[in-house]
Ligand binder design. Structure first.
Ligand SMILES: C[S@@+](CC[C@H](N)C(=O)[O-])C[C@H]1O[C@@H](n2cnc3c(N)ncnc32)[C@H](O)[C@@H]1O
Length: 302
């Protein structure tokens, strides 16, 4: 590919077109004052394609028959900030109140236990859930326990599956958790932590657009969807809360990010039960009609 030697230009028509496409593809909203964000996030894509302006890039996206460049576009526009045990109160509540009865049921009745990290980014949230589970149940692999972790950004999912983190970026983990659940290795002179098999095998990482069809079957006992809907508008959030209400088990839980709250419509299905922790009423009827490859994988233990 040729490398243009000056920065590509972003016309207002291209900016509006790209904003619309991002919204259609992902539900992510970019405000009209954020054109410089668009330029900085997409510059690399244009350089890679040898394009000198965003109008041509928009055209390339519109004519993209394989969908590959649209996936690159969305991945470039997502914000993947995350960390281990982020918003730690959720993990304390999980360990103290939520998991013990679910684990007891899994052990005594062979019942399935399902947790979903929706918008998992590079995996730290899902691994924090797995570590919390293993602290309580070291032989979790013997039971029907699975964590599904999904994100629209396939690069983030690749990193999550790799489960390798720069040692300097693992704040949130105790020294004990590091020694129990990670293996230290050196890569290009730097220390890295490699997640061990026990937490890794509890999790299925899959690309999934929350704004599109969900191929998996519920119900989930706990859903983490934290710091994802802040990028959506009200209509997309409202729709998402309703879909979570259908796929969470009666009596199941939904965690949102620190600045995210369920709306009035969603509160017809959930009760607030701690800061940004919501519980679906136990009498609610579960909708478990989703089925497809991901459901199969979850059932088969992938
Ligand atoms: C800021 S990170 C949050 C990660 C983690 N949940 C946490 O709280 O630390 C937001 C993630 O949401 C993902 N995301 C944004 N829109 C999405 C969509 N429509 N479907 C699935 N994931 C999406 C992004 O790719 C990004 O990885």
């Amino acid at each position: 590919m040729t490398q243009p030697d000056c920065d590509p230009t972003l016309s207002s028509v291209a900016f509006e077109g790209l904003r619309d496409m991002l919204y259609r593809e992902s539900g992510i909203v970019i405000s009209s004052s954020k054109s410089s964000l668009m330029v900085s996030r997409l510059n690399r894509r244009l350089r890679h394609l040898g394009l000198t302006d965003f109008d041509r890039y928009l055209l390339a996206l519109e004519q993209d028959e394989t969908g590959q460049e649209r996936r690159e576009f969305v991945a470039a526009m997502t914000t993947n900030v995350t960390s281990f045990f982020r918003e730690g109160h959720h993990f304390k509540q999980l360990a103290r109140d939520i998991l013990p009865p679910l684990i007891a049921r899994a052990k005594s009745q062979d019942a399935r236990l399902r947790i979903w990290s929706a918008g998992c980014s590079t995996g730290e949230e899902a691994y924090s859930i797995a570590i919390t589970l293993l602290d309580l149940l070291p032989d979790a692999a013997r039971y029907d326990i699975k964590i599904l972790a999904t994100d629209i950004d396939t690069y983030a999912i690749d990193k999550a599956r790799a489960g390798r983190y720069r040692a300097g970026l693992t704040k949130g983990l105790s020294a004990d958790q590091i020694s129990r659940y990670f293996q230290e290795e050196h890569h290009q002179g730097e220390p890295w932590l490699n997640i061990r098999a026990e937490p890794r095998h509890l999790i299925a990482f899959e690309p999934l657009n929350l704004h599109g069809p969900w191929p998996m079957r519920g119900p989930f006992d706990v859903i983490f969807c934290r710091n994802v809907v802040i990028y959506f508008d009200e209509a997309t959030r409202t729709e998402l809360w309703q879909r979570f209400a259908k796929i969470v088990a009666p009596g199941g839980w939904l965690f949102t990010g620190h600045s995210e709250r369920l709306d009035t419509q969603a509160l017809a299905h959930f009760n607030l039960n701690g800061t940004t922790s919501y519980r679906r009423s136990a009498e609610a009827q579960g909708d478990t009609t989703y089925s497809a490859p991901m459901a199969l994988k979850m059932q088969q233990g992938a």
